[in-house]
Ligand binder design. Sequence first.
Ligand code: NAD
Length: 213
Amino acid sequence: MEENTKIPQATAKRLPLYHRYLKYLHESGKERVSSAELSEAVKVDSATIRRDFSYFGALGKKGYGYNVAYILDFFSKTLSQDKQTNVAIIGVGNLGMALLHYNFMKNNNIKIAAAFDVDADKVGTIQQDIPIYHLNDMEETLRENNVEVVILTVPSSEAQATVDKLLEADVKGILNFTPARISVPKHVRVHHIDLTTELQTLIYFLENYPQNK
Ligand code: NAD
């Protein structure tokens, strides 16, 4: 099998989408699927699906399609779903608390292991079985819990200072919900979730590419 790093980023971004649908097929007892069926379900054109799947050696057979269990196994390994990944939430306000309530474990092996805040009313409490620590205890707690990926939900004014602390704790991945642009060294990966931009894009597409059906 190809190594993760050899898969193009655009393909890698579609993996969770494929994974979710293949998991559903597998659970409903389906053994094979064609690229046309997949295309209809995940709304990616079938040529792209065939090219994506070819990167990891899954060549669909004419008249047979793809073996669901085989591809699912590959995806699970590639997406690290066969091992548990501990993550932490930094900033337990409106958004951080909502994410604490979202049970990642239901569908995959991501576990929120710890949360951090600076508010004395929140620090030291346990929410949804997850302890809330003070930011000052972050480095030690992240290391103890083997956390390298965090979700950043602090006020944007605090974002960079908080990120600087995260870097000291050797965090490798940051899912940034704050609108702040944060700077990190090259080996750290930041993904931004910007709801406003996403909505604007959606509205733009609705206005410019109205669907026929
Ligand atoms: P909030 O004010 O409700 O929560 C922020 C939390 O961070 C508070 O509990 C605060 O005590 C804590 N905090 C402050 N400084 C901290 C620090 N240095 N370290 C750790 N914790 C710290 O804000 P929110 O509505 O949850 O939003 C959080 C971030 O997400 C903001 O940057 C906001 O712009 C962004 N955001 C929020 C939403 C939303 O729907 N609420 C949507 C998109 C983006």
